[in-house]
Design a protein around this ligand. Structure first.
Ligand code: GUN
Ligand code: ZN
Length: 433
């Protein structure tokens, strides 16, 4: 049993529906076997558990582990190519890099870099877009298990419009997918997600093959892209003439449910928003990616009004890094630019989007905030003394201001320690292998 004594910020109640920031300046989180068993004033906890070890975190801030609802593991070495729209960026930056994962030692190096980067950024759970190569997925899942991160991921599938080495076929997609599900779904903190790249590179038959895996393996997830870029949307509607809209290409294949996460949705139709809300599927909002690829303005107001659940995604490598703090402030900037269609986000909204909203989108009820009964997934932020973030926090009068400064100025360099399920996980993944 350990008592973590800290200044804690979290959002157990959704601020988009009236919930307030919960901030406690000197609270004790009593953690036993990875679970928060008590949350009380420090003096009370200390008196109740005189034998417990105390970790004093009062020289920083403690927030829940962050949840990235959309990030590509094969793209860590492709971050930072600015100036290209989606389809050109895929052809010239992302796909050439993804082809290199046909080499298992390359895939292993990339997987380790990726998982190390996620943890260092304070990400303790993620929906991870995988590789097109089944051996690379085995390698990724084995390092993911070692990392402790709550990872949902799967083999990426395509059977048209991409370079040949990235293509599969219906039968192979089912055989490879089933083997990976059998090996990895439900082991450690891993879950499997059927992952067609997008409907621009998938025939209706390949999408339906993904649907058959979902039907045959209750509990697995689905993730893919949707409505990201206007040229992409037009291409999808041309390639799938029977579908009424982009979402329908997935729905008719059996891929739309509460266990599905769709990335981007920058250009949705009203019908699509209504169906996402009805089925409980979630949208991964990826603001640095949307800016970098000039994909467009994410209509957050329309999503909220329709009742669609939204989480934050970094979308590395179109996104510019692993930090969900940066995604939060980028969303804030963009939403404020259009007062008519945007949402005036507060720092409490940003914390919610980076933590509890992501946990909700991924169906991870056991995390998302630091309440009693939740797993202790937490991020300790201790800015470098003398840096603007440190100075700002020391002089801030309101808790919301402290949180705003964290999003405005915080980076992975300010993250001193990360816990997943009560285990401190700081350091490189796969160091000894
Ligand atoms: N659509 C299909 N593939 C990708 C990808 O790798 N990144 C992004 N942002 N969109 C995609
Ligand atoms: Zn993506």
């Amino acid at each position: 049993m350990i008592i973590y004594r800290a200044r804690v910020f979290d959002t157990p109640d959704n601020p988009f529906t009236g919930g307030k920031l919960r901030s406690d300046s000197d609270v004790a989180l009593v953690v036993d076997d990875g679970i928060i068993v008590e949350r009380s004033a420090y003096v009370t906890a200390r008196a109740a558990h005189p034998e417990a070890e105390v970790t004093d975190l009062r020289d920083g801030l403690l927030i829940p582990g962050m949840v990235d609802t959309h990030v590509h593991f094969p793209q860590i070495r492709a971050i930072g190519h600015l100036g290209k729209p989606l389809l050109e960026w895929l052809d010239t930056c992302a796909l050439p890099e993804e082809m290199r994962l046909a080499d298992n030692s390359y895939a292993a190096a990339v997987a380790r870099e990726f998982l190390t980067g996620l943890r260092a950024a304070g990400t303790t759970a993620a929906m991870v877009f995988g590789s097109h190569f089944a051996p690379a997925m085995d390698i990724f899942f084995s390092f993911a298990a070692e990392s402790g991160i709550r990872i949902t991921s799967g083999l990426v599938t395509s059977d048209r419009t991409l370079p040949d080495p990235l293509l599969t076929d219906v039968d192979r997609s089912v055989t490879d997918g089933q083997q990976l599900i059998d090996r990895w779904h439900g082991t450690a903190r891993l879950r499997y997600a059927v992952t067609p790249r997008f409907s621009l590179s998938a025939s209706p038959e390949l999408l339906a093959a993904g649907g058959s895996l979902v039907e045959g393996n209750p509990g697995i997830w689905v993730t893919t892209h949707i409505n990201e870029n206007r040229d992409e949307v037009a291409g999808v509607l041309e390639l799938h003439p029977a579908a009424s809209d982009y979402l329908d290409t997935y729905e008719r294949a059996g891929l739309l449910s509460r266990r599905a996460v769709f990335a981007h949705n920058v250009h949705p139709r009203d019908r699509e928003l209504a169906r996402l809300a009805e089925t409980g599927a979630a949208v991964a909002h990826c603001p640095t990616s949307n800016s970098s690829l000039a994909s467009g303005f994410f209509p957050m107001r329309r999503h909220l009004d329709a009742g669609v659940r939204v989480g934050l995604g970094t979308d590395v490598g179109a996104g510019t890094g692993f930090s969900l703090l940066k995604e939060g402030v980028q969303s804030y900037f963009m939403q404020r630019l259009d007062p008519a269609c945007g949402v005036a986000l507060s720092s409490t909204h940003l914390l919610y989007l980076a933590t509890a909203a992501g946990a909700d989108a991924l169906g991870l009820e056991e995390v998302g905030d630091l309440s009693v009964g939740k797993c202790f997934d937490a991020v300790f932020i201790r800015p470098t003394p003398g840096e603007p973030l440190d100075i700002g926090i020391q002089h801030a009068k309101e808790d919301e201001d402290v949180l705003a400064m964290l999003f405005a100025m915080g980076t992975p360099a300010d993250i001193a320690e990360v816990w997943i399920n009560g285990d401190s996980v700081t350091g490189a993944v796969g160091r000894d292998s």
